[in-house]
Design a protein around this ligand. Structure first.
Ligand code: GUN
Length: 292
């Protein structure tokens, strides 16, 4: 069993991006600027956004964090998005999800100028991704592909199951793994709450991606010997032994599954850091799109 060390791989990517930024600086070019919008005070979202801002600092990108209370109106948020779309200093920006219930996430996502949509959530970017055209790729799926690629895992012709059909992970990832790209060329089954014989189908897979947010869902009996297992889950569970009283738990029962796998991601330290590295790759890419 080999651990897919997302923390180390993401550090490697950040180091490469740092070199690119330094050379931009030396040739007098603009330094990429990422803005992040955070609504409310959900602990998980705050942690992720802070990690994104910190990654910008490590690489040498400019960054801004824009925070609103839970009760911000949709109009106020839309006005900020228009402002960011028109702000020439900001090259890319994200609105951290989920948003409070009174705000229409799709409306917010669609208000973002696709050329600054470094999360790759706008329908224009998702559509281009489907057609294999240049586009911002959604950060978590792109991070998973990068982790697979940098560990030289062969995906061509493999049977892959993606458990969970969210707009930001499962759905786009199932398409990205099906495309005629490397990594890609998998035969993908996208699984959800209505899937029948789920356990049996997972057991037949060469590659298992778990992205449903149910701690320990993938158990030992669902994994065939030598499978590649990627765990996207990051649920906070009570853990009295931890100083803050909780621990992050993945969708895979790591303890019992790991020994059966050829490769497996840990939680934390697997997919999470790769999501941030992908966002940073997209932020640098935004400079080309905007001819900066
Ligand atoms: N919430 C969970 N993952 C993400 C992400 O990659 N981007 C944004 N904006 N929100 C998220």
């Amino acid at each position: 069993m080999q651990l897919l060390d997302g923390k180390a791989t993401s550090q490697q990517i950040k180091d490469e991006l740092h070199v690119s930024v330094q050379s931009r600086k030396e040739s007098g070019k603009k330094i990429p600027h990422l803005a992040a919008v955070l609504v409310g005070n959900d602990g998980g979202s705050l942690t992720y956004v802070n990690a994104k801002v910190k990654a910008c600092e490590q690489i040498g990108f400019e960054s801004s964090l824009i925070q609103y209370d839970d009760n911000v109106s949709e109009e106020e948020l839309l006005a900020k998005i228009i402002e960011l779309n028109n702000d020439d200093e900001v090259d890319g920006f994200i609105v951290q999800l989920p948003l409070p219930e009174h705000i229409d996430e799709l409306k917010i996502t669609m208000a973002i100028d696709p050329i600054k949509d470094v999360d790759g959530f706008h329908p224009e970017n998702l559509g281009k991704m489907m057609l294999n055209l240049p586009a911002f790729l959604p950060a978590t799926p792109a991070g998973i592909l990068e982790l697979i690629k940098r560990n030289n895992i062969d995906t061509s012709g493999k049977d892959c199951v993606v458990i969970g059909r969210s707009n930001i992970v499962g759905m786009p990832l199932s398409i990205m793994l099906s495309r005629n790209t490397n990594p890609g060329n998998c035969t993908v089954t996208l699984m959800h709450s209505r899937t029948k014989d789920l356990k049996q189908k997972v057991r037949e897979a060469d590659i298992i991606i778990a992205a449903i947010g149910r701690p320990g869902f993938v158990t030992e009996d669902m994994v065939k010997e030598g499978a590649v297992v990627i765990d996207v889950g990051t649920t906070r569970v009570v853990d009295e032994s931890k100083k803050n009283g909780w621990a992050l738990k993945g969708d895979v029962d790591f303890e019992n599954v790991a020994s059966k796998c050829s490769y497996i991601t840990p939680v934390p330290g697997g997919v999470g850091p790769m999501t941030i590295a992908s966002l940073m790759i997209n932020t640098l890419k935004s400079m080309d799109l905007r001819n900066k």
